[in-house]
Design a protein around this ligand. Structure first.
Ligand code: IMP
Ligand code: MG
Length: 185
């Protein structure tokens, strides 16, 4: 992993495209929709690591239905464990999801490959119900036929950082979503 200089770190944050407040407001609305959809039934929120950890933390604190949380991690590189399609599952759920209404919580849908494979894998485990919520969507980049049930923000084809999303593992802790400036690398 490259160690970044503080000068380069700052320069690569090109401009804020979604503010902390805009994210908060959209999450409140999304949480209300989830409450209405499940109407008091318990749910299992499943966050895909690492990118969705911040979104998960904020979303789970806004929903009112009884809720458990779970984590999965996937990688497009082979680094052990087993594969589903082109995506390797590097961390799997501990829950038997056949007993759960599953809500997948994702940071961004880009080509759609990661989520399509994860969803196919999880549906084979026969959850009671299945729903996908994503913070961001870049529909212009799609390579496979996959759409979320709920999208908070649709964005153009720009590489973005912050609020869980990284570039080279940095910037996940920014409280907003910013465009990454590749020309400053
Ligand atoms: P996919 O192409 O839809 O399979 O997206 C796979 C993963 O790529 C996402 O879950 C993100 O972790 C990452 N990704 C895609 N676009 C961006 C971006 O603009 N910034 C940071 N990560 C991204
Ligand atoms: Mg992700």
């Amino acid at each position: 992993m490259e160690i970044i200089s503080s000068d380069k770190y700052e320069k690569c944050i090109k401009r804020v495209i979604i503010t902390e407040n805009e994210i908060k407001e959209k999450i409140k609305i999304a949480a209300k929709k989830i409450d209405t959809l499940y109407d008091g039934s318990p749910i299992l929120l499943v966050s895909i690591l690492k990118g969705a950890f911040v979104f998960m933390a904020d979303l789970c604190r806004e929903v009112s239905v009884p809720c458990e949380i779970g984590f999965m991690a996937a990688s497009s590189y082979y680094d052990g464990t087993y594969s589903c399609g082109n995506v390797k599952i590097t961390l799997d759920l501990t829950q038997d999801i056949s007993k759960y209404n599953v809500v997948i919580v994702e940071d961004i849908i880009d080509t759609g490959r990661t989520l399509k494979d994860i969803v196919e894998l999880l549906k084979k485990r026969n959850p009671l119900s299945f729903h996908v919520i994503t913070l961001l969507d870049k529909p212009s980049r799609r390579e496979v036929d996959f759409n979320a049930d709920m999208t908070l923000f649709t964005i153009p084809d720009k590489f973005v950082i912050g609020y869980g999303l990284d570039c080279g593992e940095y910037y996940r802790n920014l409280p907003y979503i910013a465009e990454y400036d590749e020309s400053s690398e």
